[in-house]
Ligand binder design. Structure first.
Ligand code: OSB
Ligand code: MG
Length: 384
């Protein structure tokens, strides 16, 4: 990356998008998303470069402590000034520049993302190429997986799963919780047959005392069980990994390359779900990818109901070779009737095409974006 950028402006834009169907997990249900988008303006030699980022912080603090209103506030009150005050800015520096502020990885990731988008657009490089570094790109498409929420009854679940199978998804992930686990998994396995990849995600809904119950899942040949126990219970996950055959995959517990290393070392993470927002950005996500690859730990790219901005970036990240399992990378229409980008991600024979255009790999549909916008705020660097 050549030249020196300065961060001179930031737009904080809140949009509202309805979900095509309510999405229910063990921690709650939502039927619309209130999303924070960022637009940065970087200046280099009197030219302005624009970049967009998406903050994946959800409406409520129920997946982790972060939520959209707090993310907007911490960016405005604490994060922006630390970047705007820097003589030169680069996406690769954002993690370090923001380290003094504890937590808020999703807010930090969205800033890094917007700056990365601007840099890559300025250089004419796509995110997949950038993330690969010296390594050659080995795939231009990645297998699509879908995350299926909890339903009021089994018939509705089976109808939804059948629809996704018909769409061509290559693996199905079912959300589970106590009272919605063994039977739904049995029925779905019977519906989809023995070949299609099937996995479950508990979003921390079980306890250390549930090992005997979770062992009942072993007969369904699942790819993995994701985050059965609370995020701080690494030893509980290790013990569970020893008690059941289904591989343990961590999501919420993995907040950095350090936690990933510890979880792998003690045997708490047999597989890792890598989500850029949860770990503070795409660059930390790549470091965790590299670690998993070096340690022979299967990894896959998670999702947070992203719009076309984050969905394009995730598809680019997921093209790295260490993502050996299908991710939660679905067509935009799985969540949104009308995405905010010009060419929403679709499925091509059960795959998602890796974006190749400069930046994160999307173009915004300005009309849709304006119609979805609920508020905008502008911050400017004080030295300008
Ligand atoms: O735990 O993976 C999760 C969505 C929101 C918050 C947490 C999770 C999820 C999903 C959906 O499972 C993933 C997606 O398809 O975007
Ligand atoms: Mg999860």
């Amino acid at each position: 990356m050549t030249g020196t950028f300065r961060l001179i402006g930031l737009e904080l834009r809140r949009i509202s998008l309805p979900l095509v169907t309510a999405f229910t997990t063990s921690f709650g249900s939502e039927n619309h998303r209130d999303i924070l988008l960022l637009r940065v303006e970087l200046e280099r030699e009197n030219t302005i470069f624009e970049g967009w980022g998406e903050c994946v912080a959800p409406n409520d603090p129920t997946y982790s402590a972060e939520y959209v209103a707090a993310a907007e506030m911490v960016i405005e009150q604490h994060l922006f000034a630390r970047l705007a005050g820097s003589e030169r800015i680069a996406a690769a520096e954002v993690h370090r520049l923001l380290r003094a502020v504890k937590g808020h990885p999703m807010a930090k990731a969205s800033l890094e993302m917007a700056i990365l988008d601007a840099e890559l657009r300025a250089e004419g490089t796509c995110l997949a190429t950038h993330l690969h570094g010296d390594q050659p790109l080995t795939r231009d498409r990645i297998p699509a997986g879908v995350s299926v929420g909890i339903f009021a009854d089994l018939d509705q679940l089976l109808a939804a799963v059948q629809g996704y199978v018909d769409d061509g998804y290559q693996r199905i992930k079912l959300k589970i919780q106590p009272g919605w686990d063994i039977d739904p998994v049995r029925e779905v396995r019977a519906l989809i047959g023995p070949e299609l990849g099937l996995q479950v995600d508990a979003n921390t809904a079980y306890t250390r005392h549930d090992a005997a119950h979770l062992r009942l899942l072993d007969e369904f040949d699942l790819l993995l069980i994701e985050q059965p126990l609370p995020e701080d219970d690494l030893l509980g996950h290790r013990d569970l990994a020893n008690a059941i055959d289904t591989p343990i995959c961590l999501d919420e517990s993995i907040i950095s390359v350090t936690t990933a290393l510890d979880a792998i070392d003690i045997g708490a993470a047999e597989i890792i779900n890598i989500k850029p927002g949860r770990v503070g950005g795409y660059l930390e996500a790549r470091r965790i990818h590299d670690l998993c690859r070096d340690r022979g730990i299967p990894a896959w790219c998670g999702g947070m109901l992203e719009t076309g901005i984050g969905r394009a970036a995730n598809a680019s990240l997921a093209s790295l070779p260490g993502f050996t399992l299908p991710g939660d990378i679905s067509a935009a229409e799985r969540f949104y009737a009308r995405d905010i980008v010009v060419a929403p991600i679709t499925l091509v024979e059960g795959n998602v095409v890796v974006p190749t255009s400069p930046g994160l790999g999307f173009d915004l549909d300005q009309g849709i974006l304006e119609a979805a916008t609920r508020s905008t705020r502008h911050l400017r660097s004080e030295s300008r």
